[in-house]
Design a protein around this ligand. Structure first.
Ligand code: ZN
Length: 602
């Protein structure tokens, strides 16, 4: 262990010394202060400083690579992106940033974004992508060079705060490396739940980079948790049914089979991520529904083909790095021959979204099970010397191969009709900021006005009692829609649905979306009554109302019949009458995103 500390310390000094972007070597591999070999074979993952210095050394060594600060993390240190392209950077475009670098490439070049160390305890991708970048740059440009068909944008370490909290042991079940970062970021957030709510500055940086890159393909690199089995690499592709009728079949029938076959040929068999339906994989596995809070769920909202690599935690770190490296190479090789298909499928997806009048916002696992050929270790239940109960043990000397159930199909359970436009009052500025960060086009209403709009009331909901990722998420049980006049102020926002962010907007602005802003507490203040009444005073008001309004009397009698529980709890009956009265404020539990129905003029 000390040996590595010495070696990597010396490497760091050398990297710092070689970090002069002005001079580009013709033979970069000869000048790098570290080797691809050590990245792929040592039980060591770079510290944040080392990773940045390695990326800087690569950028300094070859004009096809540039390193950019793309934002600031919650720990105050910058987040970097290493851009690799076939066309060398001009000095001017290098200064202009990531988007300018990519725009200088041909439109036919596929764009790939790789995010590493969102969970810094799972750093295989940090080593793998730096090794891959280094190997690619070691090859002079030629017909068939991987960077001719794809530009790669690599975030060396995304969770900078977590990566900087280096330790030996917090991944309790994991086999190396000898030190690594911590899962939570500086604000103890799991950044892989933060892509919609954007509590972290890291997420701000990611969203900005994501829209600058507009990637065709996205890869987020991880290490697994859970069962033991022989496979080193497992994969979560964005869930195909959720991806929709264009991206879904392409993923399920074309791209995923090619990646599985490519891995089998190049490195070893890969299986879908093992999310066991029961205690062990024999009982079957589940395809994860990565809703937009997760990286690939978020990137799917913009028609990107998203993948999460999950290298197996119990395999030695160098094996996991090599498997992640192999996956990225297989992906790169596949892109070289299928770039036009990728571009075409993204174009068709954009068209599908542009033409959609309704879009799904909620999915549920079906009872359908595919058969998946799987090799597992025999699982035994044994007496535990620790707890005196039974314990699970996998026997690596005994393997089985059989078809296991694969729960891989989801049905749409809720859709939202896409309005002509959404109206969002400026008062909800934290939502406005997040929409703007996502490049949403919106225009301010020029003067105070009243509009007839479709309004949603949240009739019944619950909030979680314990915090989850800094929130108490809201579960909506029932809603009601109504067309009502709404008073708006100059400066409130009109958000037309006819724009690139249409799917994103539909899922985050519909109260039914898995990761709607309502769910993440952005509209909690709307879910509370502000004015109240004293029952003993309102009793007399209610009596007058009933005496003077025959129609109300009839409706009250009907309501009493529908609510026998009022007999036990007269306050509920009085509240019903209050809600029928002009004293009722009328806006409690009103979702503050209004829809201009598709058929009306705004
Ligand atoms: Zn992870």
């Amino acid at each position: 262990m000390m040996h590595y500390f010495m070696t990597w310390g010396a490497i760091l000094l050398l990297a710092l010394a070689s970090c002069q972007p002005a001079h580009r070597s013709q033979n970069p591999a000869a000048t790098l202060p570290w080797s691809v070999d050590s990245l792929l074979h040592a039980n060591h993952t770079p510290t944040w400083e080392e990773a940045v210095d390695m990326a800087a050394a690569l950028a300094a060594s070859d004009a096809r690579a540039t390193l950019h600060e793309v934002g600031v993390s919650d720990v105050g240190r910058p987040i970097h992106a290493l851009v690799l392209t076939g066309q060398p950077a001009e000095a001017s475009t290098e200064r202009e940033g990531v988007n300018a670098r990519l725009k200088a490439q041909s439109d036919t070049v596929v764009r790939v974004l790789v995010n590493n160390a969102i969970h810094p305890g799972e750093p295989c991708g940090v080593n793998a992508s730096l090794a891959l970048a280094s190997a690619w740059l070691a090859q002079p440009d030629h017909e068939g060079h991987p960077l001719r068909s794809a530009s790669w944008v690599i975030v060396p370490q995304y969770n900078v705060g977590g990566a900087s909290r280096r330790n030996c042991c917090t991944r309790a079940n994991q086999n190396g490396p000898e030190a690594y970062g911590f899962r939570g970021n500086a604000a103890n957030l799991d950044l892989n739940r933060d892509f919609v709510k954007m509590d972290s500055r890291n997420a701000e940086a990611f969203v900005s980079l994501f829209h600058d890159v507009d990637p065709d393909v996205f890869v987020d690199t991880h290490t697994s948790n859970g069962a033991d089995y022989p496979y080193t690499m497992t994969l979560i592709a964005t869930q195909a049914d959720k991806a929709g009728p264009v991206l879904g079949p392409f993923l399920r029938e074309v791209m995923e089979p090619a990646l599985y076959a490519g891995m089998e040929a190049a490195h070893g068999p890969m299986v879908p991520y093992v999310y066991s339906l029961g205690e062990t994989p024999e009982e079957g596995i589940l395809s994860f529904l990565e809703t937009p809070r997760y990286s690939t769920g978020y990137t799917t909202l913009f028609g990107t083909l998203g993948f999460t690599t999950e290298a197996h935690m119990l395999k030695p770190f160098p094996d996991r790095v090599q498997a992640t490296h192999a996956f990225l190479e297989v992906l790169s090789s596949w892109i070289q021959n299928h770039g036009a298909e990728v571009k075409d499928v993204r174009r068709r997806e954009e068209l599908r979204i542009a033409q959609a009048q309704t879009l799904p916002v909620r999915w549920q696992l079906t009872d359908h099970r595919d058969a998946l050929s799987f090799t597992g270790y025999a699982a035994r239940r044994e007496w535990s010397a620790v707890t005196q109960g039974t314990r699970l043990k996998y026997d690596r000397s005994s393997t089985w191969t059989q078809d296991i159930p694969h729960a891989n199909r989801y049905d749409v359970t809720d859709s939202a009709s896409v309005p002509q436009a959404w109206i969002l009052p400026q008062a909800w500025r934290r939502v406005v900021e997040r929409l703007q960060a996502n490049g949403v086009n919106m225009t301010a209403i020029p003067r105070d006005t009243t509009m007839l709009l479709e309004v949603t009331w949240i009739e019944s909901f619950t909030s979680s009692s314990r915090p989850y990722e800094g929130h108490h998420p809201v579960t909506v049980d029932s809603i009601r829609n109504e067309l009502v006049p709404v008073d708006l102020y100059a400066g409130d926002w009109v958000i037309p649905s006819n724009q690139r962010a249409k799917r994103y907007l539909t899922e985050v602005l519909s109260p039914r979306g898995h990761d709607a802003f309502l769910v993440w507490n952005f509209f909690d203040a709307a879910l509370q009554r502000k004015e109240y009444y004293s029952s003993y005073v309102f009793e007399d008001t209610a009596e007058d109302m009933l005496t003077n309004d025959e129609n109300l009397r009839t409706r009250y009698t009907l309501a009493q019949a529908q609510h026998p529980e009022w007999a036990e709890n007269p306050a509920l009956a009085l509240r019903w009458l209050y809600e029928q009265s002009p004293h009722n404020e009328g806006t409690a539990n009103r979702h503050p995103v209004y829809a201009v129905p598709a058929s009306t003029q705004p």
